[in-house]
Each structure stands twice: as C-alpha cells, then as structure tokens.
Design a protein around this ligand. Structure first.
Ligand SMILES: [Zn+2]
Length: 615
C-alpha cells in the first residue's frame, strides 16, 4: 500500500467530559516534526517529489518491458518506493495528527489541506508502478513473486495482483486520484468538522446547556434515567437540525462508492472491502450469520439488566446505563499503572514497549474542546513510532479504551520491521491486539475488585462492550448493505427512508428486550465509519470473536502462546489473515470457529445472571 496510513479507529461513540484527571496529558509529536512551521515539512515534500520523479524516470521502462524486470532492479525499485512513500506520507500524517488534536484551529486545517494536495501531486509519479506490476502476465510475475531476492516484498507483490481485474488505465487512475481531494476526501472532512462542532441542547437541572455530541453521548452512561432521556432528546434535536447536510453527505459517499464499484468491475458494494480485508465473502457471511444466531444471548442479557435496574421498559438510551451508580472512578495515573502492569504481566517485552508510550509522551488523553472525539492509534511511520489519541474521562471503561489503543500501538510498533509497504494489517486483523489487550486489562481489573457488586458491574460493562463490538457492528453492516441497495434502486434517499432502514436493521438484535424509541431512528447520522470507510464495521466483529478464541488458547497454552502471539504481531500485514492465524493453529474458514467466541460471550451472560441472582 502506498496510500496514507489512516489512524485506526475505536467504535464510534466514546464519551468526553469536560473534567478529567488526564488534563495536560498531551502527546509530543516532536519525533515527526517540530510544529506547524518546521521547515523540514517542506523539505520532505520537496525531496519526496524529486525522488518520485526520478523513480518514474528510472523504473517506468523497466517495469513496462514485455519480458518484465529482472529481480535485482525490481528489488531496488521496491526499496526506493518504500523509503520515498514514507517520506511522502510523513507530512500528511503529522498534519492529520495535529488537526485531530485541535480540529477548530484553521492553521492546522490549512496544513492538512496543503500536505494532502502535495502528497497527491507526488503520488501521480508513482501510480504507474502498481499498474505496470499488475499488467505483467502471470508467467512473468509468478517467478518474481517466488524469487528469494524479493522475499521481503512477497505479500505486497502477491496482494497487488489480486486487484488486477479492478484497475483502470493509468490516465484514468491519475484523474480519479487527483479528483479525490475535492471529491470524497472533502466530504469526509466536512463530515468530521460538522460533527465535531455540532452542539446538542441538553436540558439539565441548570437549564439548557450546549454540549458536543461526545459530551451528550457520555450522558447515556448516567445513572439517572431523566438525564439519559434528556441526552437522547438533545442528540436527536441536533441531528435533526443537521440532518439535511448529513444525509446528503451519506448519499454522496454511497454514490461515490457505487461509481467505484461499477468502474472497477466489482460484483457488489462489499467486494472491495473483502478484498482489502484479505478475506472471502463466504467467511464474512459465516461470521455475520453465526453472530445473528446468538441474538437470543443479547436479549437475555438486556432482560436481566432491566430487572436488575428495576426498569419496566429498557429503552435504547438505557442500554449503557450503569447497573450500579457507584462504580469506582479511575484517575489517569492509576489507569496508566494498571494497563502497563497488565501488559508487563503478559510479556515483559510487551510491557517495555507499552512503557515508552507513557514515558516518551506518545499519548494524547486530555479531552479538550475542539479535539476529535473517540480514540485511535496511528501507526505514523516506521522510522518514528505510533501515536495514540483518546479522551480520558476517569471512567472504568476509559481504562479499557486505553488498553485497546495501546494494543494497536504495540502491534504497530512491533510490525515496523516488516517495512512501510507491509506493516499495516487489513482491518480484519487490525483489531486483534487491541481487543486482546482489553481482555488482559479486564482480567486485572476484576482481580482488583473482589466485591460481587463491582465484579458484576465490570462484567456488565465488558459484556456491553463485546455486544457493541460483535453484535452492533453486524447491525451497522446490515444497515449499510440495505442503504447501499436502496440508494441504487431508488436514487437519493431521504433521511426518513434511512431512518426506517436503521430501525429495521436494529430490530432483530434487540427483539422485545429493548424498546427502540422514535429518537433512535436518527442515530445513524453521526456514525463516522459509514462516511470514512464503507463496510468497515464487520471487521470489529471479526476481531472480537477472533480474540475471544485466542484468549481461550492463551489460557490453555500459557507462555508457549505468548511468543507465537508476539510473532504474529511482528509480521504485521506481511501475510494474509488466514495465513497468519494458521500459525496459531486457527482456521478462520471453518464456520464452526466463530462459535467458540460466541459461546464464551454466552457464558459471560450466564455468569452475570448468576451474580445478579446473589445480589
Ligand atoms: Zn481499535
């Protein structure tokens, strides 16, 4: 991949409160550049441009020769491509990080626009490479793929050729790439800035407060039902107000995707995502239908929760209410110590890597106004190291988010050695280390609190998170499938039509156990994944169930598993997910495989029911 490394994202809604013990915990991006005005930014862009021009002059003829390139010059070309891609992307990655930490600062927005434009211009000289490689006949390409000199780039070379049927001609690819900046990328940015700056009229005890979406979503975790209801009203009011724009953005992104699907001759809207995820449609189908077969587990849990909380009806906005209002809070320093310890206990080497994130300030945890919501870990570039952004609000679930993003960070850090072209995993395995890290920290949290009430509270939190990751993401994928299909059949869709599709997609999971209110119909409008990466969501379900199965293996195999697991992380994206997982003795093409994780979740619900019966 010569494209920019997008920051890996956490589920769509992570809360932000104005006050946090993480105030002042900000990252130091100095390992990339020394601020917005660093002359090195321009230098890197200028140098990358020169290198790209030289690269095109040197290698275009070589790759386009009918007999194909010899292994030696191809190896030199790939080595140079890797180095110059990193130099080309570094300014943009820096700008993205700067912008996400302060989206309302116009000078950061300007740097983002400038570096994106510059990168696009440079990349124009590189587009020929993949196209020429893909255009080579199999008889020429296959011996090169298998050549020992090219072993380091084997997966890159192999994977590119899978896209062969979907490439356009070089001039067409160049136009698409260039128009992207004012097309899709502009709409994505408009969505991000709009949702970051939206204010929700929250009616609390002190009158109406203007809250951000993140602050409003945080109120859904409030123990007071009236506060949750007010939050639901506030969010819905602001979504209604912006619904024309947000619906238009969604329609536009869907249409853009449909155009891509048609021009690139994909069979259906999900196919490009499966190909990028390096996974078959059959595996995704098995995953989604296995999950849907366990909707009964979700409903059992919500019925238990309603009873535990004494609620006659559990509304959608009650799903994240704490079962107990008095769960302890966790200040930043304690969270940091706990998460570091959980990684160290798993593996001293992993622990040392995690320590650096804190000691060398690679984490931005302070929830500031104007900062992007949610959380992510950006791999940045292999010559530097990953950076983590989150909004820490002292809740126990924020501890899990910290553990989650550090899992990504560990994975990204360890995979730097396979190089920039192959370090990134597809989305399917991108969540492996993050969800695994959450499980490690979760078990430590449980150890820390022996009281049954707190344990039940923690268990409920974990179950709800797992539901959000495994089940809710399948619901979101079903919604996207329906929306893309409806857009194709009926043309531009009205907000109300999409609201209906959203409710239809949500009904099977919630059944009679949760009452979906009219407000909830509007809540697809703020989900960033639908805009950022169509059909992103099922990768979360994949990751969650995969990890639950890996956790079982770790418990059975102990230290023997640890080395194999770290080895898997080190390999990054240099092998396909099925290949990588086979190294751990896992066959993801076996439909029965998904049941391992689902059964574990069902057991957790049973455990919660038993604890609830004791209280
Ligand atoms: Zn993640």
């Amino acid at each position: 991949m010569t494209t920019t490394t997008a920051p890996t994202e956490k589920k769509s809604s992570d809360p932000v409160l104005p006050l946090s013990s993480a105030q002042g915990i900000a990252w130091d991006l100095g390992d990339l550049y020394q601020g917005l005005a660093d002359p090195k930014i321009e230098e890197d862009l200028a140098q990358a441009k020169q290198r790209a021009e030289r690269f095109e002059q040197t290698y275009r003829g070589l790759l386009q020769a009918p007999e194909g390139p010899a292994p030696e010059p191809l190896q030199q070309a790939l080595t140079e491509l890797e180095a110059l891609s990193e130099q080309m992307d570094k300014p943009l990655i820096f700008a993205m990080l700067m912008h996400s930490a302060q989206t309302n600062d116009p000078s950061r927005g300007a740097l983002l626009a400038k570096t994106r434009e510059a990168r696009t211009a440079i990349n124009q000289h590189l587009i020929f490479f993949d196209l020429a490689w893909v255009a080579l006949p199999d008889a020429v390409a296959q011996p090169l793929i298998e050549h020992p000199l090219l072993a380091r780039f084997r997966h890159y070379l192999e994977q590119k050729r899978l896209w062969k049927p979907h490439y356009l001609s070089e001039p067409e690819e160049k136009i698409l790439e260039e128009k992207q900046v004012t097309g899709r990328a502009a709409f994505v940015r408009l969505f991000d800035e709009t949702t970051a700056l939206m204010t929700c009229p929250f009616e609390g005890k002190n009158g109406v407060e203007k809250l951000t979406i993140q602050q409003t979503l945080a109120k859904l975790y409030d123990p007071d039902a009236a506060v949750r209801q007010a939050a639901s009203n506030a969010l819905t009011a602001s979504l209604k107000e912006q619904s024309r724009l947000l619906t238009f953005l969604f329609n536009t992104v869907i249409l853009d995707h449909q155009v891509d699907v048609r021009l690139r001759r994909f069979a259906n809207p999900m196919e490009p995502r499966h190909l990028a995820n390096e996974i078959s449609a059959a595996t995704v189908h098995a995953l989604m239908t296995s999950i849907e077969a366990y909707h009964g587990t979700v409903q059992r849990y919500y019925r238990m929760k309603a009873k535990l909380m004494g609620l006659p009806v559990l509304h959608d906005h009650d799903r994240y209410a704490p079962v107990f209002a008095d769960l302890p809070r966790c200040p930043w320093d304690e969270a940091a110590a706990l998460v570091r310890e959980s990684y160290r206990q798993f593996s001293p080497q992993a622990g040392q890597i995690i320590d650096q994130f804190f000691e060398r300030r690679w984490i931005d945890a302070d929830p500031r106004p104007g900062k992007r919501g949610g959380a992510f870990s950006s791999s940045a570039v292999p010559s530097a190291h990953p950076y983590i952004l989150m909004n820490y609000t002292d809740k126990l679930r924020d501890v899990m988010t910290l553990a989650h993003e550090l899992g990504h960070g560990l994975h990204q850090y360890l995979s730097r050695d396979v190089g920039y072209l192959q370090c990134d995993t597809p989305l399917t395995t991108a969540e492996t280390a993050s969800v695994f890290g959450e499980m490690l920290t979760f078990e430590r949290l449980l150890d820390r609190y022996p009281e049954p009430r707190i344990r039940l509270g923690l268990l409920c939190g974990k179950i709800e998170d797992s539901f959000a990751t495994a089940f809710r993401q399948v619901v979101m994928t079903r919604f996207e499938e329906a929306a893309h299909q409806a857009r194709q059949e009926k043309g531009e869709l009205a907000t109300e039509q999409l609201n209906d599709l959203w409710i239809q997609a949500n009904l099977p999971m919630h059944g009679q156990a949760v009452t979906l209110t009219p407000n909830y119909a509007w809540w697809w409008l703020y989900v960033g994944h639908f805009i950022h990466v169509p059909f992103y969501c099922y990768a979360y379900s994949f990751g969650e169930l995969l990890v639950l199965a890996l956790v079982q293996k770790y418990k059975q195999e102990g230290t023997a598993f640890v080395e194999q697991y770290l080895d898997l992380l080190r390999r990054g994206g240099s092998e396909s997910p099925p290949q990588l997982l086979r190294r751990l003795g896992v066959d993801i093409n076996d439909p029965g495989f998904w049941k391992l994780g689902l059964r574990l979740l069902d057991d957790m619900v049973t455990q919660a029911e038993q604890l609830a019966a004791q209280i």
